[in-house]
Design a protein around this ligand. Structure first.
Ligand code: GLN
Length: 487
């Protein structure tokens, strides 16, 4: 048998249900792996060994009593902007360094009800702003495939933890690509659900109209298992959609015959994409064709404006959402001041890192009187056009295939001083958030330097089951998702 920490969720669940292993053994194996390896990766901000082992003991009792679910006793990681009542939730920011939320996020409640074990809180870009996890106030996370490279971001800790077997699966959040892009860079599967599919209650807000929580896992079946557990209506999130949730695991059964895959010309412009990424994605599309899919060129004419629209809308919403960190209600405060305005100023200057400050300034500017029409309103109009592009494209195809990121993971430090270059690495992922549609990344190759490459599949609203099935069929015909990083 493979080492316990190397199991997928479904393999582990089978062994747990059969009584061949216990959750305490499995959790201990994962914690030992973290002890041995995470010093070199930096995936976790908080490791919750004691509470995890207690949860594992409870899970073992539930399993013994025949009350197990597909996630009972499974060690999982959660990105550190998802509230956990017994563990700090820092958003990788000094301003929330010591914040322990008084409640659990809806998704954490659901994981606990399912009997999952929370091993720790994963590193990220501060407040999820970034594409490399270098914007964390506490530590950088290294890519398990090459530790001189970034894991991607902002859910880089979650992706690296799954890739390096430091948990069996994880949750991240995706506002403009933060699940899919690190999934691609670390060779794991990551899915951003339809906006409204998963409750945002207890997710610390970055850009509320774009944020979604989603799973990262070792294969698409595990992704489906996690999505089964976290989906569903929640009245505490006003944008949650009251709609039945299909069984995403049961949906992994259809071959690709009759499937039409849209290939957007705008996403295959050779000028902006690394040649090896392009070649791997084209090969992956060829594989889908041999499995019976038919390809069709589609057009997303407004895709080139996604970066500009997103980088007005997301900072605008962020500037409003982050106004609450004023040194009064949460976390860090600069105590030297007696004057209120000066206390706010110093608290926010010391509490927020440079990227977060940049976004607050950009967003405040874009929303200010006189500029609102020129920037925010214009960006919102572009957003509508991007949505309509997808509606038109999906009238003719079932899924859209594209790269996830224009290059494999870049070197640590390569883009930190050049925000515009960093923003451009989101060019293929932002549109799905602007349109609210689901999209996933599935491993589809490696560069000649051994760095992972992901294939992005997106679909109409609430088509997660279809996306997961296509990814699953692709995995049955390939072995990229089975490869392990050289650790
Ligand atoms: N990289 C994008 C940004 O910096 C997206 C981040 C995210 O999805 N949370 O805003």
């Amino acid at each position: 048998m493979r080492q316990l920490h190397g199991l997928t969720i479904s393999e582990a669940a089978r062994l747990l249900a059969a009584g061949e292993i216990s959750s305490q053994q499995l959790t201990r194996a994962v914690l030992e792996r973290i002890d041995a390896i995470d010093g070199r990766i930096g995936a976790y901000i908080t490791v919750a060994a004691d509470t995890a082992l207690a949860q594992a003991a409870t899970a073992d009792a539930a399993l013994a009593a025949g009350r197990g679910t597909a996630l009972t006793g499974i060690p999982l990681a959660v990105k550190d902007l998802i509230c956990t009542r017994d563990l700090p939730t820092t958003c990788a920011s000094k301003i929330l360094q010591d914040f322990v939320p008084p409640y659990d996020a809806a998704v954490v409640e659901k994981l606990r009800q399912a009997g999952a074990v929370l091993v720790g809180k994963a590193n990220m870009d501060e407040f999820a702003m970034g594409s490399s996890t270098e914007n964390s106030a506490f530590q950088i996370t290294r890519n398990p495939w090459n530790r001189n490279h970034v894991p991607g971001g902002s859910s880089g800790g979650s992706a690296a933890a799954v890739s390096a077997d430091l948990c069996l699966g994880a949750l991240g959040s995706d506002t403009g690509g933060s699940i899919r892009q690190p999934a691609a860079h670390c060779s794991v599967v990551g899915l951003k659900p339809t906006y409204g599919r998963v409750s945002r209650f207890g997710l610390v807000a970055f850009a509320s109209s774009l944020d979604q929580i989603g799973p990262l896992a070792k294969d698409s079946r595990d992704c489906a298992l996690l999505l089964n557990a976290i989906s569903g209506y929640d009245k505490r999130d006003s944008t949650s959609v009251p709609r039945d949730v299909p069984d995403f695991v049961a949906g992994l059964k259809n071959d690709l015959k009759g499937l039409t895959v849209g290939i957007p010309a705008e996403y295959f412009d050779t000028r902006g994409i690394d040649a090896e990424v392009l070649a791997a994605v084209r090969r992956a599309i060829g594989t889908m064709e041999t499995l019976g899919a038919r390809c069709l060129e589609v057009s997303l004419p407004h895709a080139p404006y996604a970066v500009a629209a997103y980088y007005v809308i997301a900072p605008s919403e962020a500037s409003s959402n982050l106004a609450r960190y004023d040194g009064v209600k949460y976390g860090f405060r600069d105590h030297r001041q007696t004057d209120l305005m000066e206390m706010y100023r110093r608290t926010r200057t010391a509490g927020f890192g440079p990227e977060v400050q940049r976004r607050i300034i950009l967003g405040t500017y874009a929303l200010s009187a006189g500029y609102y029409d020129a920037y925010y309103r214009k960006a919102s109009q572009v957003r509508t056009l991007i949505m309509r592009d997808f509606e038109k494209a999906f009238a003719n195809c079932d899924v859209i295939a594209s790269p996830v990121a224009p290059t494999p993971a870049f070197e640590i430090g390569a883009k930190v001083d050049d925000p515009l270059r960093m923003y451009l690495s989101d060019v293929f992922t932002l549109s799905a958030n602007l349109a609210g549609i689901p999209a996933l990344s599935v491993p589809c190759g490696f560069s000649s330097a051994g760095l992972p490459i992901g294939l992005q599949l997106s679909g109409p609203h609430f088509s997660e089951a279809r996306l997961l099935n296509v990814a699953w069929q692709f995995e049955q015909a390939t072995d990229f998702h089975l490869k392990k990083p050289p650790l």
